[in-house]
Design a protein around this ligand. Structure first.
Ligand code: ZN
Length: 193
């Protein structure tokens, strides 16, 4: 599977409202050229910017094109292309676009979006019925993922923005652990449709 197909399938899989909000928020707030400029030197060329591709790491100084007005990037050498969130996901190795969007927002000093109460209620209703033991196992896995992946991030947010922002970040990341554990379970069991 090539990377564009992979990115598309991952995006298709995660179309929940909160994921879309995080992705749209990241696209609106973080200019693709600002992210690209952190990873490669860009030179203006007409309405676009060009540089060496930070995704595949080639030497061609014009292969990687960023179109700031469209919020898009494209590499003529490796064929990689997309928006600011997919660029961040490729550069940082995120499989999940929602997670990538949340980290991207944090990296640029924005908070990931908060969920409306209605969204929580909907998630609650849609959640499959799990036995008590399954719930505990699931919860313990989420705690493990939180400790391994997100705990340091929340500590960093607290240092930078204080306890209120850290609390909001904690809630967002805690919610993300549910997606991460579900993805881990799906991979372990294979896809069942
Ligand atoms: Zn490339």
């Amino acid at each position: 599977m090539d990377s564009i197909t992979l990115a598309r399938s991952l995006q298709d899989k995660d179309t929940s409202r909160s994921a879309l909000r995080a992705i749209e928020l990241a696209k609106a707030r973080v200019p693709v050229e600002d992210l690209a400029a952190k990873h490669t030197e860009l030179r203006r060329s007409g309405s676009s910017l060009r540089g060496k591709c930070p995704v595949h790491g080639g030497d061609n100084p014009t292969a990687f094109v960023v179109a700031p007005e469209e919020g898009k990037f494209y590499c003529h050498a490796c064929g990689e292309g997309g928006d600011v969130v997919s660029l961040y996901a490729r550069l940082e190795g995120h499989d999940n676009m929602k997670t990538a969007a949340a980290f991207l927002l944090l990296e640029f000093g924005f908070e990931p979006p908060q969920r409306p109460q209605a969204w929580f209620g909907k998630q609650e209703r849609q959640r499959p019925v799990r036995t008590f033991i399954e719930q505990r196992v699931f919860h313990n896995r989420r705690r493990m993922v939180y400790r391994m992946v997100f705990k340091d991030r929340v500590a960093a947010v607290e240092d930078l923005f204080g306890p209120e922002e850290a609390r909001a970040a904690y809630e967002d990341f805690w919610e993300l652990t549910e997606d991460v554990v579900k993805m881990m379970e799906e991979r372990t069991m294979g896809r069942r449709r």
